[in-house]
Ligand binder design. Sequence first.
Ligand code: F6R
Ligand code: MG
Ligand code: MG
Length: 375
Amino acid sequence: MSTKKTSVARGGPSDKITLSVIKADIGGYVGHSSSHPEILTLARNALARAKRDNLLIDFHVTNCGDDLELIMTHRKGVDSRPVHKLAWDVFLAGTEHARKLKLYGAGQDMLADSFSGNVKGMGPGVAEMEFVERKSEPIVIFMADKCAPGAWNYPLFKTFADPFNTIGLVIDPSSHDGFDFLVHDVRHDKSVLLHTPAEMYDLLALIGSCEHYLVKAVYTRQGEIASASSTQKLALLAGRYVGKDDPVCIVRCQSGLPAVGEVLEPYAMPHLVSGWMRGSHYGPLMPVAQKDANPSRFDGPPRVIALGFQLANGKLVGPRDLFDDPSFDLARQEANRMAHFLRQHGPFEPHRLPSEHMEYTTLPGVLRKLEKRFK
Ligand code: F6R
Ligand code: MG
Ligand code: MG
């Protein structure tokens, strides 16, 4: 379901800004640990041309580990063909350059042969929202590496539904009615809208299952978009293992929405997410500054960065690197301790994912070899 349908209806179409975050792993440097600077430069040059041509209002290019992230503002709405085509073309040109440098897994997430109108279902991940920019519009964009999109379930629940995390739910009259969660069932491609706090237990019954149900979007009770996440599952698209999805998530903040600090607070607990080495392990999600988003130990542990922007008529004022703050040192230490503890389990569960979630890894190839020997 598009987040467009329930976005706020104030003002004419031209008043609305669209924020599109489109990302792909088009090649790792070195291995799957980070991105090559020349690929980032190539992307910046391409988006600067699109800005000069008035397709984009503004953009910011960054990377989280081996994922290239294109943060773009425009007035074309969500699922815009020219904006998706622009992202696709950047990823194609980046892939070509990655091949020249023989970067690892060049073009990894480019699952389709040619562009067909929208990058959704073609490999890249997308989080988009359209809204009327408020008097002041603080936003946080989360970008993760070495994990699945279920990684957002826990922090989004904490931010928008847990009064122990978000004191605004208790003491701010404009948040007191709670928020609505759009939950996507990735196995059956269906969605359900649940209201919190009234349906909090139903919500948790679903989203506690992070591989099956994903929080796709969060809305205010008035239907204004507050958060949008990428929920693409590469393995389900490709039918085979092609690396983890490494999702992105946009959150609008303040003035009746959770404060920036309430949006960041869940990450003080480095919760366990699936991904890490070979997309086959649970590991803690470590909040880091962008410069530290280069997962190397056992191809991890999984990372998340948070870039904050103030929007000014679509201009991206920023970023502020929000996890570049000593108050997240403890979370990083804890994540390292947890990572160290889990690593000692080696190939044993629960460090390794349970069998049903290993289906889209390289394990079935090994099991097939043993099939005939079972008597
Ligand atoms: C995780 C990831 C890496 C690779 C691992 C093996 O998302 O991409 O951990 O799975 O480095 O890669 P291959 O099989 O390509 O050597
Ligand atoms: Mg990769
Ligand atoms: Mg990645």
